[in-house]
Write a protein that binds this ligand. Structure first.
Ligand code: SF4
Length: 91
């Protein structure tokens, strides 16, 4: 089955929820909005994210959850949260 990858949609009737799940990053881009020395090591706790996913679960509205950082792929729970998000379809 062909998988469709979507970027952030700004469509009527949809909600976009941007969640910064950690501050750390392994890169140091010159255009970064966080100073390299200020990235820190803060990470969102597993229970907090699960509470937020439940909060935004609404079968009547499409909700696009966008995970941000720092570098969000460095969070050890990211793949589990993607799978657990309401209506998750694997991207
Ligand atoms: S958070 Fe993004 S912009 Fe900043 S250093 Fe990391 S990859 Fe670059």
């Amino acid at each position: 089955m062909k998988k469709t990858v979507r970027t952030v949609g700004f469509k009527a009737g949809e909600r976009n929820v941007f969640l910064h799940i950690l501050t750390g990053c392994n890169l140091s881009c010159s255009h970064c909005y966080i100073n390299t020395e200020q990235h820190g090591t803060n990470m969102l706790e597993k229970q907090q994210m699960e509470d937020w996913i439940r909060l935004f679960a609404d079968t009547k509205k499409r909700t696009n959850i966008i995970f941000l950082g720092g570098e969000p792929t460095r969070h050890p729970d990211l793949s589990a949260w993607c799978a657990a998000a309401p209506g998750a379809n694997g991207y």
